[in-house]
Ligand binder design. Sequence first.
Ligand code: FMN
Length: 178
Amino acid sequence: MNTLVLSTSLRPASNSRIMARYAQHLLNQRSAETEVAFLDLRDHPALPMCDGGDCYSHPEVAAIRPLFARADAIIVAAPVYTFYLSAAAKNVVELTGGAWEDKTVAFLCAAGGASSYMSVMSFANSLMLDFRCVIVPRFVYATGKDFAQDAVADEDVKERIEQLVGATLRLARAAKAA
Ligand SMILES: Cc1cc2nc3c(=O)[nH]c(=O)nc-3n(C[C@H](O)[C@H](O)[C@H](O)COP(=O)(O)O)c2cc1C
């Protein structure tokens, strides 16, 4: 199996990237079950905004698309912006579109407050409806208080990330076999 961890925050001190790195660390410990790739959108500042046309042949889009195409599972780490996921997260889906087809997808969300916990749902819905993604029904939602010194500090959030990684591999394996 192949698992892609996608970090979509463009903020240097991103909390969702900290969770993405922790998920990557846990996946690396399960290397007998999956290969792991990590894609950080901060490493691709030249990615264009989706224009529904020329963007699809942009070299940066061509460079990242195979990571999505190869993956059986994608763990999306994203900031909550205005009760949705960030525009950068949505843009990468628009740019890579069909490469998400039939993937198992899980979410690690970083937010400013506790009230936006449903924000991931419309993003998840569009992946289900557009690309028949299998959505892992276990989300991690964390706020600033859960982090300290560039690490996940809250033990409950750590455990939830571990459970999410386990559920993602289990569902992706089942979906691949089906
Ligand atoms: C433009 C913008 C909109 C935001 N909207 C929300 C929101 O709707 N709900 C919320 O809880 N936090 C919101 N926040 C706070 C971010 O979710 C928070 O800073 C989070 O840590 C960002 O993720 P990151 O650390 O991975 O970059 C917003 C922040 C920005 C910059």
